[in-house]
Design a protein around this ligand. Sequence first.
Ligand code: PMP
Length: 289
Amino acid sequence: MIHLNGEFMPIEQAKISVLDRGFIFGDGVYEVIPVYSRRPFRLEEHLARLQSSLDAIRLANPHPLSKWTELVAKIIAGNPWDDQNVYLQVTRGAAKRDHAFPKGIAPTIFLMASELVPPSPELVRDGAKAIVLPDFRWLRCDIKSTSLLGNCMLRTLAADQGCVEAILVRDGLLTEASASNVFIVMNGTVLAPPKSHLILPGITYDVVIEILRAHSLPHEVRPVAESELRSADEVWVTSSSREVLPITTLDGRPVGRGKNAGKRGPVCARVYALYQEYKAKVMRAPAHA
Ligand code: PMP
């Protein structure tokens, strides 16, 4: 069951105008909210990021938080899985094709859900392959825009080489990956690029930084050079669907040195375990009204 502009229906029945600016220009923003045991994870943070994305593209938020919360709850209840990804999208709506944002048109509001399948235990244990590519996307990667052609092209280049992710560098610095944020470990210290217009402020990124802080694990949020990425002891990517996933092969070479080369590193293993613990604790806490 999906939601489109105030109505719930099976996805096959959902129809939008071919003049929708989401279709014509990619003029819209979205969120993907993970749901565990039918409870949305970090919903308030996802809805706050939605507001920032809407503000950045001068699109009025069509709903107050309470209404979004209700819509998300209805989508969760209307779909069969206990663990889901709720996808939520707002586009500017249908108007005569003209680049400048038109005024006074109704936005298109769409929510759907899919089954959430976390990375397999084998992948989490052994890690995944990634390649490094130049970040050729635009300069507003902080907006969670539906215009994802750059990300799609980069992810496809990674897939062509049997890799799960493309890790991106711009002007000699690590930015993020095609659909995740990136952390590295150097000599026991976790390094994360600071938030800026060049990366998406990941909800999972925030959870990981909170965990590092709460457990006094050495970390620095600072620009990370491409050379540091390439010589790191550990590389991991984070996202709502990938959680904390080790990258153990980068451009065909094992990540890390010595006995840990090409294996998941100890810091990643620790942070992964703490992330799972945190998730379980949040899911057990009483639901607030
Ligand atoms: N960067 C990009 C480009 C992404 O698409 C995503 C996933 N939506 C992320 C980072 C990670 O964000 P989150 O932790 O909120 O899923």
